[in-house]
Design a protein around this ligand. Structure first.
Ligand SMILES: [Ca+2]
Ligand SMILES: [Ca+2]
Ligand SMILES: [Ca+2]
Length: 320
């Protein structure tokens, strides 16, 4: 019956050339996928359906939204210091219920606290920020959003499990991962991304090529991780000098409202950008201080030939 009505409509259309037929044939429609393009269509429906993925055709309007599926893998150096389990980042922030349900990044994404109940390899370590950049302009951000990184490095969506779904057309894009107190990183090449195939982009593999030089810290194994220690919100890690990070930790500790006696050994518990190793404690000096890792990174950096404590580890992104 529906087919007859549709054929009738097509006949009318073809007989009279282009015209608008204000007529509801029937409620119907279907979905089809060709390569990366998903087409959702309805015929004669007098409703305005919103479809989040692929094409949507309704009442003469044609709109297209594209998404791509992505599984970045990244390690943060901080929670890899003294790992409780080899090759897994520590998840002390999660264990102590310190990870906020609102993202610390620009989109202020929110989640239900239940995403932090998962333990083991897929437990959430922290929020990260993911960007896709244009193939022909590495400073042009075409999509960006908050995400989570798991203990094993998987960067996942806001349910803490699924691959990332980003609002971007299928194609070749640069992938950027940023973290609130680590230096960000970008793939050195645009990567072919699509909706139907989840593309793994493994920043933890030292053979994976990143933009710039020494964009990540190289471990004795073939593992790489984002440099830890950028606690003052700029684009460098510096121990001492013009824009050092370590005094920022000291100031944070001394100015804490609970530090009545201004001890430099005072420990601030909680989610804090100055907590370099992300153990849930911010300490300048003492039993578990956060500042030595910054000095260690600066001195160990392959570009710091003369071992200057004033050396700046520059974030390797095109805009810096
Ligand atoms: Ca995982
Ligand atoms: Ca800094
Ligand atoms: Ca700490």
């Amino acid at each position: 019956m529906n087919c007859i009505k549709i054929i009738l409509l097509l006949c009318i259309s073809s007989c009279f050339g282009q015209q608008t037929v204000i007529s509801s044939v029937d409620a119907g429609g279907a979905t089809t996928s060709v390569n990366n393009v998903r087409l959702v269509y309805s015929i004669g429906e007098n409703t305005n359906r919103e479809v989040s993925n692929g094409f949507h055709i309704s009442e003469g309007f044609i709109s297209a939204r594209f998404k791509i599926t992505l599984n970045p893998v990244v390690f943060l150096q901080g929670p890899l210091v003294n790992p409780e389990t080899a090759d897994l980042m520590n998840d002390a922030l999660r264990v102590n219920n310190y990870i906020p349900t609102t993202s610390p990044y620009a989109d202020n994404a929110t989640v239900n606290a239940s995403v932090f109940s998962v333990t083991g390899n897929n437990a959430i370590v922290d929020w990260v920020w993911v960007e896709l950049r244009a193939e022909n302009d590495t400073t042009k951000i075409i999509a960006s959003q908050s995400a989570f990184v798991q203990r094993d490095g998987d960067v996942v969506g806001l349910d803490g499990i699924s691959s990332l779904l980003l609002n971007a057309p299928p194609g070749n894009h640069y992938v950027v991962i940023k973290h609130r107190n680590h230096l960000g990183v970008m793939s050195s090449n645009p990567i072919a991304l699509s909706r139907d195939t989840t593309t793994v982009v493994n920043f933890t593999d030292s053979s994976f090529s990143t933009f710039g030089a020494n964009a990540q810290i190289q471990f004795p194994s073939t593992t790489t991780a984002l440099w830890a220690g950028n606690v003052n919100g700029d684009t460098v890690i510096q121990y001492s000098g013009t824009n050092p990070d370590v005094p920022s930790i000291l100031a944070e500790v001394l100015n804490d409202s609970g530090n009545f006696l201004n001890f430099p050994t005072y420990v601030i518990n909680g989610y804090n950008v100055h907590d370099v190793n992300m153990d849930g404690k911010t300490q300048y000096t003492g039993t578990e201080p956060d500042s030595p890792l910054i000095l260690q990174n600066v001195l160990a950096h392959p570009g710091n030939f003369l071992n200057f404590s004033t050396y700046q580890i520059q974030e390797q992104l095109p805009e810096n």
